[in-house]
Write a new protein. Structure first.
Length: 360
């Protein structure tokens, strides 16, 4: 029994420090269940726990709702007690942060936190990893809101200064699939994306819609459209929605020779699954996104939409491409996935970046 208590004491000392993580896609998650096993297809959270434990930190989800009284903004006042909390009075006696929590990592500041006053959080250091551009998550780029963060990690090369803004690579790379569809069995061209709107100056949603409207004027058989938000437009080329998992998307994507890979915006360094999934499926991407994409991806791995003056010119180019030329793009894309540069966009590198943030 004495050895049991010694072991218990040793474990409590070993992991006396804690990291809490707010996952923007799971805003109400709490506790550590997310980190107890390979909960998703990549096993990211299990590996993240292991990386933190190696540095002497335990990990759990940040309990957003438990902190609401301390983070009340004027917009959230719905009664007398809310008003008192907003003024800083009548707060619960127990602060949700205990002395073991040293860091809180946010993976976005989206709609669920839009009206929360993060500047009122006191205790651990707050770091944020901004996954989305202003066209998707403008809240994350509010300079007043950013003041509460000790370090800000961004994909945007224009923001990185290595003093407050630090580079991270969006971890969307997936390996090349084994079940490659032969060239002669593939359909011609697809676009898999939602129909969205934004007033952000660098948005590319409008370019996606121009593509769809262009192919409405072309003969049938060249182009298939998938995604949310298109149904009400009654486009003849719309084939429905695809569930959000990687495997389900790849099962559709791999049946095409070419795919439009238009990002949500053309910010520098913003390279997402839209490009990586094409490489994984053995599809030639027609890319429009990061202005400096060739700093990361060789130009001969994809068709650069910016080089064409119109969709008509692009379509003529694609129609004229020979099988051997197409196979060259596919092979170069597959080879690129194995390079040191491409591996920066993996879960492993993302986890390494998070773990290295500890201690600052």
């Amino acid at each position: 029994m004495r050895w049991f208590f010694c072991l218990l004491f040793f474990c409590s000392v070993l992991y006396a420090k804690r990291v809490e993580i707010y996952e923007d896609w799971a805003p109400d998650a709490s506790g550590d269940a997310m980190f107890q096993g390979a909960a998703n297809s990549s096993g990211r959270y299990h590996a993240l726990r292991a990386a933190f434990e190696e540095k002497g930190y335990s990990v759990r989800c940040w309990d957003r709702r438990a902190h609401l009284p301390w983070m009340m903004s004027f917009k959230q006042i719905h009664g007398w007690m809310d008003f008192m909390h907003w003024l800083g009075f009548s707060l619960p006696r127990k602060n949700p942060f205990d002395e073991d929590t040293k860091y809180v990592f946010f993976t976005g500041i989206g709609l669920e936190l839009r009206d929360w006053n993060l500047n009122r959080l006191r205790g651990p250091k707050l770091n944020v990893f901004i996954w989305e551009p202003p066209s998707v998550q403008p809240e994350a780029y509010d300079l007043e809101r950013q003041k509460c963060f000790h370090r800000i990690y961004t994909f945007d090369d224009d923001l990185v200064d290595n003093r407050r803004y630090f580079k991270f690579y969006l971890p969307f790379l997936r390996p090349h699939i084994q079940s490659i569809v032969p060239f002669e069995d593939r359909k011609f061209l697809t676009l898999i994306a939602s129909r969205l709107k934004s007033k952000y100056i660098k948005e590319l949603y409008s370019e996606r819609e121009k593509v769809c409207r262009f192919f409405e004027t072309q003969e049938d058989g060249f182009f298939d459209l998938y995604g949310r938000g298109w149904k009400r437009l009654k486009f003849k080329n719309w084939k429905g929605q695809i569930p959000g998992s990687f495997d389900e998307k790849i099962e559709v994507l791999k049946n095409y020779k070419f795919a439009f890979a238009y990002e949500n915006s053309h910010n520098k360094g913003y390279i997402t699954e839209k490009l990586w999934h094409c490489f994984a499926a053995g599809v030639v991407p027609i890319y429009w996104g990061a202005d400096n994409v060739t700093d990361y991806v060789p130009a001969d791995c994809f068709v650069d939409r910016r080089k064409f003056s119109s969709n008509e010119e692009l379509l003529s180019f694609l129609k004229a491409m020979t099988r051997s030329e197409w196979e060259g793009y596919v092979q170069r894309g597959e080879q690129f996935l194995l390079t040191e540069m491409a591996l920066r966009f993996t879960d492993q590198n993302y986890i390494r970046t998070m773990a290295e943030a500890l201690g600052y």
